[in-house]
Design a protein around this ligand. Structure first.
Ligand code: 5GP
Ligand code: MG
Ligand code: MG
Length: 183
């Protein structure tokens, strides 16, 4: 299904498939350099990060291991609930490991600061973050995100893994969801 098939649900394409691919190559090269002497564990945050994890890990010219965590802070709506819940925990013991959290988007930063604290408590050697997208709100909180793909405006976006009520994850681009869909 191409974006055109759901074009009435979308007001604007913010980041194209091609722009994402170019950015992932750029960040993958940076990460390979930064972790040249270390083993790296990528932790994808389900489900939003599935596409970025799949493409980013393959852009990395380095051996990595991967694990997944599922948390929820949004439910089915478009506003953060303020409560982070673990739905699926890591399979890996991260004690002494260098961890790079792979996230789709940082909005309030609430999910990420919770994850960073949680991973630090488990004794990871280092924890850094790669977020494909970042909203302006994220700048207000103390979340260090070492790698950021794109800074985007405060809009509810879907596509490339990001959903609204579990739909639109399979769009190739990142696009703004038309308000009529959720209002
Ligand atoms: P935060 O805790 O930083 O406010 O947001 C955490 C999670 O909320 C993100 O990982 C993502 O799953 C979801 N989220 C935040 N903004 C958006 C958005 O614009 N669109 C979608 N689909 N999900 C979002
Ligand atoms: Mg996420
Ligand atoms: Mg979601």
């Amino acid at each position: 299904m191409r974006a055109a098939d759901v074009s009435s649900d979308i007001t604007e394409v913010l980041v194209t498939e091609e722009e994402i691919r170019a950015k992932l190559d750029e960040i993958a090269a940076q990460v390979a350099t930064d972790y040249a002497d270390q083993d790296l564990l990528l932790v994808g945050v389900l489900k939003g990060a599935i596409m970025v994890m799949a493409d980013f890990s393959r852009a990395l010219k380095k051996h990595v291991t991967m694990d997944w965590m599922a948390v929820s802070s949004y439910g089915a709506g478009t506003k953060s609930s303020g409560v982070v819940q673990i739905r699926k925990d890591l399979d890996t013991d991260i004690l002494g490991k260098h961890v790079l959290i792979v996230e789709d988007i940082i909005d309030s930063g609430l999910t990420l600061s919770w994850l960073l604290e949680n991973f630090a408590a488990r004794g990871a050697a280092s924890v850094e973050v790669f977020a494909l997208l970042r909203k302006p709100e994220a700048a207000k909180v103390e979340v260090q995100c070492r790698y950021v793909g794109f800074d985007i405006p405060t809009e509810f976006v879907v596509g490339y893994g990001l959903d609204y009520a579990e739909k639109y994850r399979n769009l190739r681009d990142v696009a703004v969801l038309a308000p009529h869909v959720y209002s």
